[in-house]
Write a new protein. Structure first.
Length: 203
């Protein structure tokens, strides 16, 4: 029961962190300010997260956890690579254009220290990208896609899936995407990827 209470308290603290972040930006956000917003002790935050960077790394990690867990689970199955991308696409697009990702990216863009941007890269992209590379390599082994460099194949897929959607969300030019939009765009991205990189027998 104590573990459940701690998990609930962490979610409350992390929600408070987003509220303070949106109001004050990363530079103006302090552990004390988050503690006050969450009605928690400053000591608790430092004990659980170490420092502000540790707290925000936890936010980014938690935000990317569903996508990371989905990829790890799928890679343990015998599912073909394009099927894995088919179920991943809507989740990944929803993650990267969701309200929390937008809040983190807006704050990172305004953070002159580059600290939050580095945290976003390490806990987000640098964690998910290698898993996507494994999916691409499986697609090549299965004869579904043909390419020389797995990193370039992942980059192409992300370009097709995300395009300018994330930046337009960050600058306030797009509303939060619906599940139907994410599903449709993900399907289209996969279709384009198959046409562009499809192995000869799959063209």
């Amino acid at each position: 029961m104590r573990e459940e209470k701690r998990s609930l308290r962490q979610k409350q603290i992390e929600s408070a962190a987003y509220e303070v972040l949106e109001a004050k930006g990363y530079g103006g956000t302090s552990m004390l300010g988050i503690a006050k917003q969450a009605r928690a002790s400053n000591e608790t935050l430092y004990n659980w997260y170490g420092d502000k960077q540790g707290l925000f790394q936890a936010l980014v990690t938690r935000n990317a956890e569903e996508v990371k867990s989905h990829l790890e689970a799928e890679l343990k199955t015998d599912n073909d690579a394009l099927s894995i991308l088919g179920t991943l696409g809507p989740k990944l697009l929803s993650l990267l254009t969701g309200d929390r990702a937008v809040a983190l990216n807006r704050a990172a863009a305004a953070d002159s220290s580059g600290e939050l941007g580095a945290t976003l890269s390490k806990a987000g992209r640098e964690t998910v990208f290698p898993l996507l590379e494994q999916v691409m390599l499986r697609a090549r082994e299965e004869g579904q896609l043909a390419f020389e460099r797995s990193g370039e194949a992942v980059g192409l897929y992300l370009d097709l899936l995300i395009g300018d959607q994330q930046i337009r969300r960050v600058i306030g030019r797009l509303p939060s995407p619906t599940p139907a939009f994410c599903a449709e765009r993900a399907e289209r991205a996969l279709g384009h990827l198959s046409r562009l990189l499809g192995a000869p027998s799959h063209r």
